[in-house]
Ligand binder design. Structure first.
Ligand code: CTP
Length: 405
């Protein structure tokens, strides 16, 4: 995706500014030609000479910007750009971009660029969480700018939080999965999509529950891909350890019953549903009000379980013909046969069948391999690839199905 692309990399002031140099290298390794803009603050952390040597091209800075020789550097650079990438992007840079300011070389170049734009934030966790930064993030998303979700981990301040700059290799692999042309960034615009994620929890008592191995990664990747394709996304999620994806509305749930209620009340106002949640099939017949204690006469404890409601089955009964419903099938054997049965039984438009018996892919990992089964009988197997890449493919199938309805 980056092969032969002209990437303008805007580096702003941050302890992560030096990682901009490694990122320039990674972009080149992926086949891009890179030119760099440094903000005044970035120039206090790293030098233009480093980037000029790496990119073998002049670096645009505030010094010497606007010459009297008739060259208008920021317009020339903006017109050259196929992809504008701001990384690391400070809170201040995001605020400039979100408000359309053009008072320095970086912001003027950004504003003048018509190419797709991606922001990779890096900042202190409190600055990231500040209402103003989140407002700016929302504005950028509304303007069609992709905003990657910063990593959570140890910050330069010595404490942990969300706001860490993503690793350059991770940024480049995320760029490969982003819909960056106008066609894909608007493939689902105007559509409201419900996405479910994570493993539901069925309470035994106030401190114990039954659950499964789902990490929620697949559902979160689908929510992100749908949002990046222009959809209005509601992510209904069981508890996970994942950061909230940019620009989606999150509805937290715990049990299968709560998930069913959340889906069924929102379904009439939605255009589609992707059921990526790993739903518990059984729940305790009764949950104890108080913690179950060990006593001298309970060496064995018998749990009585009953079936949970099948949400997709209930959805099928209420679904309008214009709605697109996608299910997943977690199988340990007879993947295609079982998948096809679920597709028919649950009246799905598309089913992603997943072999969960393999240790290298599936439940907890970052990679997956699915076979897409379509209602018209054809199927399509993906290679083993990142869940993000699979989510992007799934969303492009959803867009095609909407077009055919
Ligand atoms: N699903 C659902 N409600 C349930 C169980 C599952 O809506 N009570 C959804 C899942 O979110 C998934 C699809 O149905 O999209 C298939 O889930 P899976 O666990 O593979 O299949 P089940 O229908 O539960 O059948 P089995 O466990 O017997 O394979």
């Amino acid at each position: 995706m980056l092969q032969d692309k002209h990437v303008t990399l805007t580096v702003s002031g941050s302890v992560a500014s030096y990682k901009g140099a490694a990122l320039a290298r990674e972009l080149q390794r992926a086949g891009a030609t890179v030119r760099v803009v440094l903000t005044a603050a970035a120039s206090r952390f790293v030098t233009a000479e480093t980037f000029a040597a790496l990119t073998k091209a002049p670096v645009l800075t505030d010094t010497g910007w606007w010459h009297a020789d008739g060259k208008i550097d920021h317009i020339e650079l903006a017109d050259w750009t196929d992809l504008a990438l701001a990384a690391p992007a400070s809170a201040n840079l995001m605020a400039q971009f979100a408000n359309g300011l053009a008072d320095d070389a970086a912001s003027a170049t950004w504003l003048a660029t018509a190419a797709p734009k991606v922001v990779v934030p890096a900042m202190n966790t409190h600055m990231w969480q500040a209402a103003a930064t989140q407002r700016n993030r929302q504005q950028l998303l509304a303007d069609g700018v992709q905003v990657l979700t910063p990593a959570t981990g140890l910050l330069a301040e010595g404490y942990a939080g969300q706001g860490r700059f993503l690793e350059p290799t991770d940024i480049v692999s995320q760029l490969a999965t982003l819909p960056l042309d106008a066609q894909t960034t608007t493939a689902l615009s105007g559509k409201h999509l419900l996405v479910t994620a994570g493993g539901t929890r069925e309470r035994l008592d106030p401190v114990r529950f039954l659950t499964n191995d789902s990490s929620g990664k697949m559902g979160y990747a689908v929510a992100t891909a749908a949002q990046q394709a222009g959809a209005d996304v509601t992510l209904i999620t069981a508890p996970t350890k994942l950061p909230v994806p940019s620009g989606v509305t999150v509805v937290p749930i715990e049990s299968t019953q709560e998930l069913a209620d959340a889906v069924l009340t929102r379904l009439p106002a939605a255009d589609g549903l992707v059921m990526a949640a790993a739903v518990a099939d059984f729940q305790p017949v009764t949950a104890a009000d108080q913690k179950i204690k060990k006593t001298t006469d309970n060496d064995e404890l018998v749990l009585r379980l009953k079936k949970t409601p099948d949400i997709l089955q209930a959805v099928a009964a209420n679904k309008r013909p214009d709605q697109v419903v996608v299910g997943f099938a977690a199988e340990t054997q007879n993947l295609l046969e079982n998948g096809r049965q679920k597709l028919t039984k649950k009246h799905l438009d598309l089913l992603a069948a997943n072999d969960v018996s393999r240790a290298d892919i599936g439940f907890n990992g970052d990679n997956n391999q699915v076979t897409f089964l379509f209602a018209d009988g054809h199927s399509d197997q993906t290679p083993v690839t990142s869940k993000r890449a699979i989510a992007t493919t799934l969303i492009s199938h959803v867009a095609e199905i909407f077009n055919q309805k």
